[in-house]
Design a protein around this ligand. Structure first.
Ligand code: A3P
Length: 293
């Protein structure tokens, strides 16, 4: 995919607050007065997730069913297009400027000119909460269907066996770029602690000059409760989404599970915390993660 001048790329490892940041940036750039009717469309059709095509089953692409939540907005935005040629890729191509793009691909695997023409916003989250959130995700998503224990899952994480490869490498590459003028590094925990301060920094980084009132609009519109209540943000609400296991969603929550900084306290044993912390000390010693607010 060709980057365009003015693109903003939301770059994260899964479960670090990607969807939140997608909605924050899209709203800041396209809907700061909360009057843009396009805001009702799913987040993926407003902020294409360029690596998602590789997860779509060949049968879904070859026999597109317009009721499939991943395809319905695509077919509206790209009428007559063939999903097998890449749903997200085609969405990104027709997307008018200013374009916001989501990726979990690390910096070193994207085109080396990305920071020449585009701005990257990177969100990192403390590894304990990432693991808990990702374990939940692997359990509710039918195509992932993880049935192992939390202990198993921690082992997969610390041995770098999960999708998208080593979290530490992803974060380390980003951290090394944190002073680049087109790169903005944010912690999920800082967004939770003081959203207005972080929105002000983003306002400056993106060169938007939004007013205080507009930034308040964004903060409110992208709060956990407001996002969780929006019907079409991720396609159908999680409870009704055919991509999720309904029973687990009912028991443990949907995509918008907790949205907090310390849910690891409820889910990880002291032994698991110890294992994760050893991994963090070995790989990400210099990153100032926070584990509570
Ligand atoms: P939890 O599972 O801890 O609740 P991603 O979008 O990268 O997949 O990240 C998902 C995580 O971000 C989930 O964490 C989700 O609840 C949380 N999240 C989504 N929207 C949020 C918001 N507006 N505020 C805070 N957390 C949010």
């Amino acid at each position: 995919m060709k980057w365009r001048m003015g693109d903003v790329v939301v770059m994260t490892w899964p479960k670090c607050g990607t969807t939140w940041m997608q909605e924050i940036i899209w709203t800041m750039r396209n809907n700061p007065d909360l009057n843009n009717p396009l805001a009702d469309m799913s987040i993926t059709s407003r902020v294409p997730f360029i690596d998602m095509d590789m997860f779509m089953l060949a049968e879904t692409l070859q026999n597109p069913n317009p009721d499939n939540p991943l395809l319905s907005d695509f077919l509206k935005v790209c009428p007559g297009a063939n999903p097998a040629d890449g749903v997200q890729l085609q969405l990104a191509t027709v997307m008018p400027d200013p374009r916001t793009i989501k990726t979990h691909i690390p910096l070193s695997l994207l085109h080396p000119t990305i920071l020449d023409n585009s701005k990257v916003v990177f969100v990192a989250r403390n590894p304990r909460d990432v693991i808990v959130s990702l374990h939940h995700h692997y359990r509710i998503v039918k195509s992932l269907n993880f049935t192992g224990s939390m202990d198993n899952f921690v082992n997969y994480f610390v041995n770098d066996k999960l999708l998208y490869g080593p979290y530490w490498l992803h974060v380390q590459e980003a951290w090394a770029k944190r002073h680049h003028p087109n790169f903005h590094f944010i912690f999920y925990e800082d967004l939770k602690a003081d959203i207005m301060t972080e929105l002000n920094k983003l306002n400056k980084f993106l060169g938007l000059n939004l007013t205080k009132k507009q930034l308040c609009n964004v903060a409110d519109y992208t709060s956990f409760n407001r996002m969780a209540a929006r019907d079409k943000l991720l396609g159908p609400k999680t409870e009704d989404n055919p991509m999720f296991f309904k029973e687990i969603v009912r028991q443990d929550g949907g995509f918008f599970r907790k949205g907090t900084v310390c849910s690891w306290k409820e889910k990880l044993s002291p032994e698991m915390v110890n294992k994760i912390d050893q991994w963090t000390t070995k790989n990400l010693r210099e990153i100032p993660f926070r584990y509570s607010l």
